[in-house]
Ligand binder design. Sequence first.
Ligand SMILES: *Cc1c(COP(=O)(O)O)cnc(C)c1O
Length: 363
Amino acid sequence: MMPEQQANPHIASMAPYAVADLSTREGLPLISLAQNESFRPPSPRAIVAGQRALESGALYPDPDYPELRAAIAAQHNVDQDIILCGAGSMELITCITQAFAGPDRRVLSTQYGYALFANSAQKVMAPYDAAAEENLTVSVDRLLEAVTGETRLMFVANPGNPTGTRLPNIELVRLRENLPDHVILVIDEAYGEFAEFDDAPLTSLVEQGNTIILRTFSKAYGLAAARAGWGLFPPDLGREVRKLIIPSSVSSVSAEMARAAMEDQEYMRQTCDLTAQLLEGFQQRVSSNGLICTNSRTNFVLIQFSSVEDAQSADRALREVGIVMRGMGGYGLPHCLRATIADEPIMQLAADTLESWAKGELT
Ligand SMILES: *Cc1c(COP(=O)(O)O)cnc(C)c1O
């Protein structure tokens, strides 16, 4: 490559964002449990709305997505002025980092923090710090200890990915209360719908002015293909992030699907309930074979093997029947596999295969 064609050094030295290796035995249909996608199609109402939106395909979407934001506001009982939408929460994470982090404005997350947090910091040459987790769970105390005078942004995914573990919201309130004002806290609730229970929402933290909450349509709403995410932003922060979002980055079809999905809470709740049942059954079977599962509040579970070799050999056994889970080497957890919850027959096949493997019938 000619020197003139070289990318900026911080881009040239960056690894591409790692996607899952989806290879199985040749000829077998792929059963991907690698990307935390929903096993249910989107709500039928979302599909109809998307089809209808195709007819206006000649027109740009309104970059402020008024109908989508109104639907979110109504459902979550917030003012629609504090909502921003983006092409998945990945775009929002990237734009938040671009707005507030940089070479002397550090980003802080946790030991098993979602990989995109570090990736987005690299894009803006912001140093990235990771606070230790305890028992594969975010520790508020470790996070507070890791804050420096240069820390500007803190990302906490709750529940966490890839761990699946969750802190009660009261712990995040304690985190915010003890954080200096110069740190913007970003709470990524990509799996929030699976874990709401009776926990009080954290909207009041957004009102205080220095906390952002992110959600997505990719997981519980089954709209990963649509690329639609949203967040609650204090007005002063949202104004800056809004400048960085690519104008109209969510297509009209996606925005309409997302709006209709938001208005069909019953369907989404059903997805979460079904997922929780399947998760519990799978966890029980896997645990009965001597493997350890995290206490997951999501649509996936992290399976801990007793060694890296065991995780690799179980991964090979699963691929032999077409199942691909996510290897966790990139997260410093090479003895683990992360399994997305799918429908009953697939979870049976996965549990049966792990059982045969554990009994030494497969290698
Ligand atoms: C899946 C996921 C996202 C986001 O995804 P989008 O599809 O871009 O909305 C964000 N954060 C975490 C922790 C996730 O697991």
